[in-house]
Each structure stands twice: as C-alpha cells, then as structure tokens.
Design a protein around this ligand. Structure first.
Ligand code: HEC
Length: 251
C-alpha cells in the first residue's frame, strides 16, 4: 500500500471514530453533567433507596446482592432489610425486578433491561440527562417522551418527584435545531413534590448508585481475568517442560 493510500485510510478511520463519538454523545443534544461522587456514601445510600423504590419494580440489577450492597454502602443488615429489600427477598439475593418478563413485554413491547452495567455502557452523563429530560408527549403510549432516547418505551418513573415537563414552543419539534443543552429545550409545566434543585440531587444520587453497581461487576470480571492469566501461565510452564522432554533425545 502506498503511503498516500495508507494516509487516506488512517484519515478515514479517524473520521469514523470521531463520528461514532459524536453519535454516542447523544446526537444533537449536549448532555448534562452528572458530576457523581462515588466516594460519597450518603449519596449512594439515598440513590439505593430511590433505585429500589422507583426502578426495581421493572428493572433488575442482577449482579448486585443486597448483602454486598449493604457492606459496600456501610449499612447494617437490619437497615438493608428495613429500607431496601422487598419482604420476600433474602440478603444473599440479587436485586431482581418484581415485574415478570412476560408482563413487561406485553405492557412495554420491550423488556426493561437489567441496569447492572448501564452506567458503563451509556455513561453517567447520559443516564443523568435521560432522567432529567422526560417530557409530556400525548402521542406516546404512556404520555411521555425523552430527549436523549426518542420514543422510549419507559414511562417517566420519577414524574411525581420531578413534575411534568413540556417542550418549549420555540424549541422546534424535529430536535434538529442547533446543538442545544438538553435543559434549554424543556420547561416545567406542573411542579412535582421536589424542587428543581432537590430533583437534580435525587437524580445525581440515583446515577451515583448506578455507577456503583457497575463496579462490583467490573471487579468480578477482574477476578475472572486473573484466573485466566494464571491458567495461561501454568499452561505455559507445562508446555515448556513437555517441549524440553520431547526434544531432549533428538540431535
Ligand atoms: C414501569 C416500568 C419501568 C420503571 C418503573 C422504570 N423503567 Fe427504565 N425502562 C423501562 C423500559 C420498558 C425500558 C426500555 C425502553 C426502550 O427500549 O424503549 C427502560 C429503559 C431504561 C433505560 C435505558 C437503558 C438502555 O441502555 O437502553 C434506563 C437507563 C432506565 N430505564 C433507567 C431507569 C431508572 C433509573 C428507573 C427508576 C427511576 C427506571 N428506569 C424505572 C421500564 C421501566
């Protein structure tokens, strides 16, 4: 390959990567910043409570067991039992959705995904923006739409806390106006039980918790990775010894 062709290839690859990055960032809308603080235990505890009360009805977090979550968040077993677990759960259980997969499919047309790894796949800022930008849309089955997840099948689970948002008149309906901060496109038309500042904090806590639950799974993968490397090392030694053994009489 000539150097010019190679140069063109590299330029093409760079363009692809850049385009992919822009797409992942949420298209036309710039994401809000979650500014989560993984070391903030009080925030993680509040986030866990919100998650269990408002999300675990539909979503599982199957890599997280209550017992481990209690330990990591600095809660006693009684506190976890009283605040975070459903009556039928045991401390060693993972967080499973109360809604069955079949019902979920019938109601939403798609099963609510497990949220264990969502913070890693989507990033904290995306989830934060997602939970901030539900808005009223009578054309949708649950009367709500979302700026970063157009035509989402999920109802606005936190509408009682946030209140109802609507698109601003001049914001344009196609969503293809000049790149705009997600917060600029919506306005609160019916207040919820929380003030705007309280709701922001609640969502930040929730996202913080989701970042945390992405971590134990990451640690599990590290452990498995360690075993794989150890296996390869042992296997290499055996292979080496065999090799020597086989070849020592030849020559
Ligand atoms: C009534 C059921 C229900 C509740 C309650 C609910 N969700 Fe969902 N959620 C869904 C469904 C269904 C989808 C799939 C949407 C789609 O694919 O269009 C979804 C999708 C999502 C996604 C996008 C996942 C992805 O990567 O595509 C996130 C993030 C999410 N939910 C977070 C939450 C959080 C946080 C809560 C609690 C505040 C919550 N959900 C409460 C039903 C629910």
């Amino acid at each position: 390959m000539s150097w010019m062709k190679r140069g063109a290839c590299i330029a093409g690859l760079v363009a692809l990567v850049l385009a992919g990055g822009a797409g992942a960032a949420g298209g036309q809308i710039s994401l809000l910043e979650a500014k989560v603080e993984l070391g903030d235990r009080a925030s993680l505890q509040r986030g866990a409570k919100l998650f269990v009360n408002y999300c675990a009805g539909c979503h599982s977090a199957q890599f997280v067991r209550y017992s481990r979550m209690g330990r990591d968040l600095g809660l006693s077993e009684e506190q976890v039992r009283a605040n975070l677990m459903f009556a039928s759960d045991k401390p060693g259980d993972p967080i499973l959705a109360t809604l069955g997969a079949e019902d979920a499919n019938a109601w939403f047309g798609v099963p609510p995904p497990d949220l264990s790894l969502t913070s890693r796949a989507r990033g904290p800022d995306w989830i934060y923006t997602y939970l901030m930008t539900f808005y009223r849309d009578e054309d949708r089955p649950f009367g709500a739409n979302n700026l970063v997840f157009p035509d989402v099948a999920m109802p606005h689970a936190l509408v009682d806390l946030q209140g109802v948002q609507a698109r601003k008149e001049n914001a344009g309906d196609d969503g293809h106006a000049a790149p705009t901060g997600a917060g600029d496109l919506l306005e609160l038309v019916e207040p919820g039980s929380m003030s705007v500042a309280e709701y922001r904090r609640a969502v930040r806590d929730l996202v913080n918790f989701m970042v945390y639950i992405g971590e134990p799974a990451k640690l599990d993968r590290y452990v498995i990775g360690g075993w794989v490397l150890l296996f390869l090392l042992v296997f290499f030694v055996i292979a080496r010894l065999l090799y020597k053994e086989y070849w020592k009489d030849v020559h």
